[in-house]
Write a protein of this length. Structure first.
Length: 276
């Protein structure tokens, strides 16, 4: 027995409308629209279809690399020279590789959503000296800071500056009365051991006006930089406050970051200065 599908005029019209809608895509101001007949619902199924597939339709996502050689290795494994740019940003100390960038040589656009990022991180030592740059400290606090970080001082010798730190700790109860700069590059402070009597013993304390640090700027970097620090002080109410000012540390950071830019250029991909 044969069964026949009986369709009235409304059913035929609905089928005709759906077929027509599927065949007609309207373009308005460079945007594309599919017209759905009234009474029907449009459902986006792209993500569901892709989720059910054994592999994604294309590569995307952002990976964070902890070493510059890992960064260039990832680009070499996944990128092509004609649609992969590396963006070097000295301000954020980042290298960003866009592996599906716009194609070079024609007007083909890329999705620009598959990226590899390397961020040059400060060493603990450099970050610490940067953090306290320009911060005034009480005499004993400054002495303890020097003592804790004396290994980073290269000029004058660590022993010399350690003696300064120990002397500052020992003279916290004295009254400082004067200060003057010496020809040997140091500052001499005059003090009195007794704050309430003129019979107290007087003394002098000499400290350097500047010192140099030997620091690696970035983690895993092979080279250290010499960074000059100017020692500053303030004498108020017979008490001393100290601080230091690093000499143009931003220039040192920029110079150290150039090594990573050079490594990126050696990877064979085009390096652009800026942000993607």
């Amino acid at each position: 027995m044969n069964e026949h599908l009986h369709a009235d005029g409304s059913t035929v019209k609905a089928i005709t409308d759906l077929v027509a809608a599927g065949d007609v895509i309207k373009e308005i101001d460079n945007t594309r629209h599919l017209v759905i007949p009234e009474g029907y619902q449009h459902i986006e199924v792209t993500k569901a279809v892709e989720a059910a597939a054994p592999t994604p339709m294309r590569k995307k996502g952002t990976v964070q690399l902890a070493a510059v050689d890992s960064f260039t290795k990832y680009l070499t494994d996944h990128g092509l020279a004609d649609n992969c740019y590396i963006y070097a940003d000295p301000d954020s100390r980042t290298l960003t590789g866009v592996l599906n960038d716009h194609m070079t040589g024609d007007d083909t656009a890329g999705w620009r959503d598959h990226r590899a990022v390397y961020t040059a991180e400060y060493t603990r030592e450099f970050a610490l000296w940067m953090k306290h740059d320009g911060q005034q400290m009480e005499q004993e606090q400054f002495a303890m800071f020097l003592e804790d970080n004396i290994a980073d001082v290269v000029e004058p010798s660590g022993e010399t500056l350690m003696q300064v730190a120990l002397t500052l700790q020992a003279k916290t109860e004295v009254a400082f009365k004067s200060h003057r700069r010496l020809d040997n590059g140091q500052v001499q402070f005059g003090y009195s051991e007794n704050m309430t009597s003129n019979a107290g013993a007087d003394g002098q304390l000499e400290i350097p006006r500047e010192f140099k640090l030997g620091l690696r700027v970035f983690k895993n970097a092979p080279d250290a930089y010499k960074i000059k620090a100017r020692l500053k002080y303030r004498l108020t109410s017979q008490k001393l406050k100290f601080w230091y000012e690093l000499d143009r540390p931003v220039n040192v950071v920029e110079d150290a970051f150039k090594a990573y830019v050079s490594a990126a250029q050696e990877s064979g991909f085009t390096v652009l200065m800026g942000k993607p």
